[in-house]
Design a protein around this ligand. Structure first.
Ligand SMILES: C[S@@+](CC[C@H](N)C(=O)[O-])C[C@H]1O[C@@H](n2cnc3c(N)ncnc32)[C@H](O)[C@@H]1O
Length: 226
C-alpha cells in the first residue's frame, strides 16, 4: 500500500458519536474502528479509560510519515471543499478554513497518541477485506468514510467481502456515510442490502444527527449472523 494513494483526514470522538448515534452503553462495548486513519476517536476513548482497536493500512507508517502525508493533502482538500462548498452543510463549521482547523486539531491529537497507541496494540496495520481477528471478537464495529464513500474506487465485490468480514469479527457493524464522494447515494447500497437480507442479516438505515455532505445523514446498521 502506498501512503501517497490515501487521503488521511480524521474526525473526533464527538463526530463519531454523532455519525454513529453512539449511546453511553455503545461506548462501553468492545469496539473495532475500521479505517480510522488519523481520527482522534481511539485516543480520546483511551483518555476516558476505554480501549478501542483501530485498523488502517496507514498504521504501517510512522507518525512522521503520516503527518507529512496529511500536510501534503491539506491544501488540496480544503481547496476542493471551497470549490464545492454548496455540497456541504455549514452547521458545525463556519467555512472551509474552520473545517481545516478542526481537522488539523483532530489529526494532531491522533499523532500525539499514535506511538503510545501503536505500542499498546490499539492501532494495527490491517486492511479490508481480510482482518486478523477471531470470529465475533468485537461487539461493535464502526466504519466511517471508507465503504460507500469510495464507491468509484472500491468495487461491489470489495464492499461485499468487507462487510462479510466485519460481520465475522463483530456482532454489529455500523457504516457512515452512505454517499459517494460526489454526494450521490452509493450504487452499491441497494444491491448490498438485498444480499445482506438474503444471507440472513438484519440491515437497516438510520438517520443520524450529523450531516456535512448534503444529504449524508444516514448510517447503515447490520446485525445478525448468516
Ligand atoms: C477518509 S479516511 C477516514 C478516517 C476516519 N474513519 C474518519 O472518518 O475520520 C479513510 C481511511 O480509510 C483507510 N483505508 C483505505 N483502504 C482501506 C482498507 N482496505 N481497509 C481499511 N482501511 C482502509 C485509509 O487509509 C484512510 O485512513
Amino acid at each position: 500500500m502506498e501512503l501517497a494513494s490515501v487521503v488521511p483526514w480524521g474526525r473526533n470522538l464527538a463526530e463519531y458519536q454523532a455519525m454513529f448515534n453512539l449511546s453511553a452503553a455503545d461506548l462501553q462495548k468492545t469496539i473495532l474502528g475500521c479505517g480510522d486513519g488519523p481520527a482522534s476517536f481511539n485516543g480520546e476513548m483511551a483518555q476516558q479509560g476505554r480501549r478501542v482497536i483501530s485498523v488502517d493500512p496507514i498504521y504501517a507508517f510512522s507518525a512522521h510519515q503520516i503527518q507529512q502525508r496529511v500536510e501534503g493533502v491539506y491544501d488540496t482538500v480544503i481547496a476542493q471543499v471551497k470549490a464545492q462548498s454548496k455540497r456541504f452543510v455549514w452547521r458545525n463549521f463556519a467555512d472551509a478554513d474552520d473545517l481545516g482547523r478542526a481537522r488539523w486539531q483532530t489529526m494532531t491529537a491522533f499523532l500525539d497518541d499514535y506511538d503510545r497507541g501503536k505500542a499498546d496494540g490499539r492501532y494495527q496495520a490491517q486492511s479490508l477485506p481480510v482482518l486478523d481477528f477471531s470470529d465475533q471478537e468485537f461487539e461493535l464495529c464502526l466504519c466511517s468514510h471508507l465503504l460507500f464513500l469510495y464507491s468509484e474506487k472500491l468495487s461491489a465485490a470489495f464492499h461485499w467481502a468487507s462487510l462479510r468480514e466485519l460481520l465475522r469479527v463483530a456482532a454489529e457493524v455500523r457504516v457512515f456515510p452512505l454517499l459517494t464522494l460526489a454526494g450521490d447515494r452509493s450504487p452499491h447500497l441497494d444491491p448490498l442490502l438485498s444480499k445482506l437480507h438474503g444471507a440472513g442479516h438484519r440491515a437497516r438505515i438510520h438517520t443520524v444527527d450529523y450531516e456535512f455532505q448534503r444529504g449524508g445523514n444516514e448510517m447503515l446498521v447490520i446485525t445478525g449472523g448468516a
